[in-house]
Design a protein around this ligand. Structure first.
Ligand SMILES: [Zn+2]
Length: 241
């Protein structure tokens, strides 16, 4: 049986009051794509009804980067890098580990009950980075070595393109699925049959422009993902019989 987990690591730009002094005068940067994924939480909430389980964060990525491993050089931002080691440890205990451990536990619970978990991590990306315009509306990031991830991503892209021929959907763009993200960490914990991790990346031009088109994109992502889940759920139960 296939189950769907939705997460949103960069849902908000909140800074807990204990860390507010580190961000004094930085309110503007918190409002940009550096502070959070613009539109991601709204998209997550739109898609949430199709998921079996979900988890999100509204704390800014500039406090601690939930989508990076503990060893990553950019786990802490320029604002929190300056904290002494004990303070960093406290920050991780309170704002990083609970999120990561909770999601890992959700996967583990389903997997140990004999289910396959499809994890879709909802993200958005800035249309222009370092002066370069990104050439995609939607990116689906996965590990090409994991055949279910590749197959589900292909099915999702096909469903999106069938419903809306205008949409430019690309694989492993604007980032590679095998980069140091949360699914990359989870792939090391679970087999390719147990865990299928896909990072969804949506161009922030849609939430920034808002209006009907943004509503359409959100609805489309939810309905097409649901199609993929239902089809593969049926396939898996056929095989089980
Ligand atoms: Zn993100």
């Amino acid at each position: 049986m296939l189950r769907l987990l939705l997460t949103c690591e960069h849902g908000g730009n909140l800074i807990p009051s204990a860390y507010a002094p580190l961000f004094q005068g930085q309110e503007e940067v918190l409002k940009t794509h550096q502070g959070y994924d613009i539109g991601a939480l709204e998209l997550y909430q739109t898609m949430k009804p199709i998921a079996d389980v979900g988890f999100y964060s509204e704390t800014s990525r500039l406090l601690v980067e939930l989508n990076r491993s503990l060893h990553h050089a950019r786990l802490f931002s320029e604002f929190t890098q300056v904290l002494p080691p004990a303070e960093k440890e406290r920050l991780l205990e309170k704002h990083y580990k609970p999120y990561r451990e909770q999601v890992e536990q959700m996967v583990s619970d389903f997997v140990s009950a004999g289910r396959r978990m499809l994890h879709v991590a909802v993200h958005t990306f800035t249309p222009v980075l370092d002066g370069e315009e990104r050439q995609a509306d939607i990116g689906l990031l996965y590990d090409p070595k994991r055949k279910h991830e590749q197959a589900y991503s292909k099915e999702w892209k096909a469903a999106l393109n069938k419903a809306d021929k205008e949409l430019l959907v690309r694989f492993n763009y604007p980032y590679l699925g095998i980069s140091d993200g949360f699914p990359t960490y989870l792939r090391r914990k679970f087999t390719a049959d147990e865990y299928v991790g896909i990072e969804l990346e949506v161009n922030q031009k849609f939430p920034q422009q808002g209006g009907v088109r943004w509503q359409e994109i959100q609805a489309l992502l939810a309905t097409t993902l649901q199609e993929v889940v239902l089809r593969n759920r049926a396939l898996l139960s056929e095989n089980a019989i």
